[in-house]
Each structure stands twice: as C-alpha cells, then as structure tokens.
Design a protein around this ligand. Structure first.
Ligand code: 13P
Ligand code: SF4
Length: 359
C-alpha cells in the first residue's frame, strides 16, 4: 500500500542521512514532493544541486534534462539518480543536435562566419537553449559562445546574448522564445520560425538578415493546451480573477493573462496576494492543486477544466523513489545519469553563464 511505501522511503532516508539529498520539481505529485529536501523551479533546482557537495547521491525527482543538469553542476564523485529513466520531456526531444547543427550551417551561408564579429563588435548569431534540452545541446551552445536560460531568467539571458550577438537562435521552445522577445519589444516579423525540413528553415535570405530571434519549432504539450477562450470564460465566471500562466503557453494566451512567469513566479505571486484573491492558473495540474490546498485563503483553480498533468513528470512514482533509496542503502547506485565527458565541459560553460543571470 501507499502507507507502506512512504514508510520505506522514510526509513531508507533516515538510514542514509546526509549521504543523500532529494530534489523535487514543483510539478511532481504530492506523494513525491513530501519526501523532497528541496522543492523548486528548474533554476532553483540547478542551484540546489550545488548546495550539498558532501552528499554522495542526488536523487532528482523531475525529468531527464534536469538530472543531466544536476550531474553537470555537481562534483564528479556525486551520483545523480533519476528514479525512473522513462521520465523525459517531449519538448526537450523536439530539438536534436544534428538538426540544430544543420540549421547552424545553413545560417552560416547567409551570415558568413558565425564566429567573426561584425563592425559593431557582435557576432551574427548567439545560440540560446532553454534548460529543457539535452546536455548535448547545452554543449553545442557552450561551444558557440551561447547561454542556457530557464523560464525565470530568459529575459536577462536574451539581453546578455544581444550584447554579444546581432541575433539569437532560440531552442527548443518557440513559445518561451516568442513571449520573451516580444516583451522586450522585438517585432513578430523579426522572429521567423525555423522549419528543419525546408531550405533556410522556410525563410528567405532577406528575412533571415532582418531577423532578431530565430525560433525553433518546439513546444510543451501540456502548456499548449491553454487557450484564450478558457481565460475569457474564467473572467466571465469569476469577476476580478487574476490569470497567471507559464511562458510556455502560446503568445495569445500570455497576452490575455494578467501575468506570465516561471513556476516559482506563480508560487510567489500567490503567496504575496491579499487573502480572498481568485486565481486562474495556466500550468501543470499537480502544482495548481497543491497551491490550492496550501492556500485556503484564496480561490485557486486551473484554467483547463480537463486535468492536464505532465505525463513524464508523473512517471516518478513513490515506488521508484523507495527502490533507488533502498538500493543506495545497500551500497548500489541505480539509474545514474552521467553526461559524457566530451559534452560536459562546454555544457557546463553554458550553464555557468546561465547561473550568473539571476531571474
Ligand atoms: P520552470 O523552469 O518554471 O520550473 O519550468 C520547467 C518546466 O518544465 C515547465 O514546463
Ligand atoms: Fe517538458 Fe512540458 Fe513536462 Fe515541462 S511540463 S517537463 S516542458 S513536457
């Protein structure tokens, strides 16, 4: 039963003591979150991986790219464990290294040598990858002078990228890229989307010359479900409602909301509001339901009436957590995530640039 599972997790954790640290993303189910030493958004969890250098193992209750990031940032002797190796991210899978390399080569046919600065001292393009991407892509970005961003520091990162580059190639999430660049005043016509199946990604050389942000075609299948109609209905049924959405939502949804921000932004906005506020939230359901339970002073509901969990985050079942911890007690490391050495050095460089870009 679940009670037995929780007792097993608590017992293994007590035996391991400071030898293990358990990190949990905000989207994890409550049965997992209750065992986490630290719960946060992906930027906070990347930092949390640095804060326990003495722990032998970091058990990452989140998805694969987050565990890879923790491996890159932690000491080499520390083992990062993903309780279920099938916990990936469909958005991260939408940008593979060879397609991005191919895009990079085609951009060089329009802009010339991508590593040579122009008259203004800036190179033609700086690659920026959203944290939700493979370590191989973070390595690509690191090799080409680029930066990683999360949803909480995307604007700061783009501002930094424009100091060194005339344009940004942003992947995998088109929505985070578009929403962030739009908020910075970049016109939509200067944000072409790269279609890897068409020459020059489907744009003309002139369009690419004028581009400021070239967007990859990725998206999050959870966040793309939110619609403007849902926001209109929430406003009609709950006058005064505050609508907050994640920036992975499509642009019209972000534009129609009162605010958009990372999972931690949403958590903090709710904590700061006067009691009795009504919130309609556009993000993953486990987080929304937990916020509703923890904040009885407000009325909080999910914009999407049909439950919308992140199915891969949900693959971290407490049964897997119990298993990996009990194996650690026996001296065995299972489900270790280790980034290959040749990717690790440049990927770390791109991540360190990101950690310096505060939200
Ligand atoms: P945060 O950076 O807001 O935690 O988002 C991570 C994520 O996967 C959102 O879908
Ligand atoms: Fe990936 Fe979307 Fe799940 Fe976040 S919510 S982990 S972007 S699939």
């Amino acid at each position: 039963t679940n009670d037995e599972l929780h007792a097993r997790i608590r017992a293994a954790k007590a035996t391991l003591g400071d030898r293990v640290v358990i990190l949990g993303h905000f989207y994890q189910r409550d049965e997992v979150v209750q065992h986490a030493d630290f719960v946060g958004d992906s930027f906070q969890l990347a930092n949390a991986a640095l804060t326990k250098p003495d722990a032998e193992a970091i058990v990452f209750c989140g998805v694969h790219f987050m565990a890879e990031t923790a491996d890159l940032l932690s000491r080499p002797e520390q083992a990062v464990i993903l309780p279920n190796l099938a916990a990936g991210c469909s958005m991260a899978d939408m940008a593979d290294e060879s397609s991005v390399e191919e895009c990079w080569e085609q951009l060089a046919t329009v802009y010339g040598d991508l590593d040579t600065p122009g008259a203004d001292g800036r190179v033609p393009v700086i690659p920026v990858t959203y944290m939700n991407s493979s370590a191989a892509l973070k390595g690509f970005v690191g090799r080409h002078g680029g930066i990683v961003c999360t949803s909480s520091n995307a604007r700061t990162v783009l501002e930094q990228a424009f100091e060194r580059g005339q344009r940004v190639l942003f992947f995998p999430d088109q929505h985070l890229g578009r929403n962030t660049a739009k908020a910075m005043g970049v016109p939509l016509e200067q944000m072409p989307m790269w279609n890897p199946r068409r020459p020059l990604g489907g744009s003309s050389a002139e369009q690419l010359e004028d581009a400021r942000v070239i967007l990859w075609h990725g998206f999050c299948s959870v966040h793309k479900r939110f619609t403007v109609e849902q926001i209109e209905r929430a406003r009609a049924e709950h006058p005064g409602v505050q609508v907050i959405v994640h920036p992975e939502c499509p642009m019209p949804v972000v534009d129609a909301a009162d605010a958009a921000g990372s999972t931690d932004f949403i958590v903090k906005a709710i904590a700061a509001a006067p009691a009795g506020t009504t919130f309609a939230i556009g993000t993953e359901i486990n987080l929304v339901q937990r916020l509703a339970a923890e904040n009885p002073q407000h009325e909080i509901f999910c914009l999407d009436p049909v439950v919308c969990p992140c199915s891969t985050m949900y693959r971290i079942h407490p049964g897997y957590l119990a298993w990996v911890l009990e194996e650690l007690v026996e001296g065995r490391v299972v489900n270790r995530i280790q980034v290959a050495d040749e990717v690790a050095a440049p990927a770390r460089l791109a991540l360190e640039r990101m950690l310096a870009a505060k939200p």
